[in-house]
Design a protein around this ligand. Sequence first.
Ligand code: CP
Length: 306
Amino acid sequence: MNVLSLKEYDGKWIESVVDLGLDIKKHPEKYTEALKHKTLAMVFQKSSTRTRLSFETGMTKLGGHGIFIDWRTTQLAIGGVQDEAKVISRYADAIMVRPLKHVTVAEFGKASRVPVINGLCEKYHPCQALADAMTIKEKKGKLKGTKVVYLGIANNVSNSLSVACARTGADFTLCTPERDPDSLDEEQLKGLRAMQNYHEESNIDKAVKGADILYTDTWVNMEFFTDPKFESEKKRREKTLMPYQLNKALLEKAGPQAFSMHDMPAHIGYEIDEYALRSQRSLAFDQAENRMWAQMALLIKLTGKS
Ligand code: CP
C-alpha cells in the first residue's frame, strides 16, 4: 500500500488517519511501541525542515527509527531507482521519498516491496494534506461542512488539500488566477469538478466571505526560489498573485471565525503577511507540529497495528 498522492484513497480512509493522528497526539503513551524495531528510510532529493524532522521524530516516538538518505551521498544517481529502491526496501519497513519529480516516487512504488510515501513532489503533498485535515478537525471539531478557501497559485499543495477536503466532506474553494503548470493532474481535477463541495471562484471577496479557513502556499516552488533563470517568472507571479495575499484584511473580510493556514516555509510580504502567519489566528505552527502526529498515524496504518 503506497501513498503517492491522496487520490487513491476515499474520505473514510483519509479521516481515519486524521482521527488516529488526533488520538496519538492526545495519548502518545499508548503508541510508544507501535512501530518497535521498525525502520523508515527517508530519501531526499530536495531540502526540508518539517518533513525530515516530523518523520524522524515520529518514528522515534513510535519506538522505531528513521534513516535520512541524501540522494547525492548514496548510489541512487549511479545505480538507478529501480535497483536501489529494491535494495532499500530489503532493509526498511517503509520508504518516504521527497523527489524532484513524481515519476521518481512512482518508480520507487513499483520497485519497493514495502510501502512508499510521497514526501512532496511537483504534483502532490499528501502528508501535508493529512496534517492539514487533522489541524482543521482539531480546531473546528469537524471536517464535514467546514469552509476551506485556498488562495494564491494552484499547485502540489492545493492538489492534495483539495482532495483531502472534498473527500471528507469539507466545502473547498480554489481561489487562484493560475496554476503552476508542473502540478496539473487533469484526471484528478475532473473528478473534483464533479463534486458538489468543490468550487472554483475568481472573486476574492466572494470566495473568502464566511470561510473557516484561508489557506495559502508559496508562489514559487523551493527548487526555483533562488534560481536566477526563474527570476523573471518569479517577478511576473508576484505581480499577478499579490491581490491573493493572505493578510489581516482578508481574514477580517472572512469573519471572526476564520483562521489562516500555511504549510511553510512562508514568505512574509508575498503570499502571506506577518499577522496571518504569526498572530493568534494562524494555525501554521499547529500544522507543522501535526505533520508529525498525522504521519505517525499514517505509518501505523501502513506498517503497524492500529
Ligand atoms: N511543508 C513542508 O513540506 O516543509 P519542508 O519543506 O520543510 O519539509
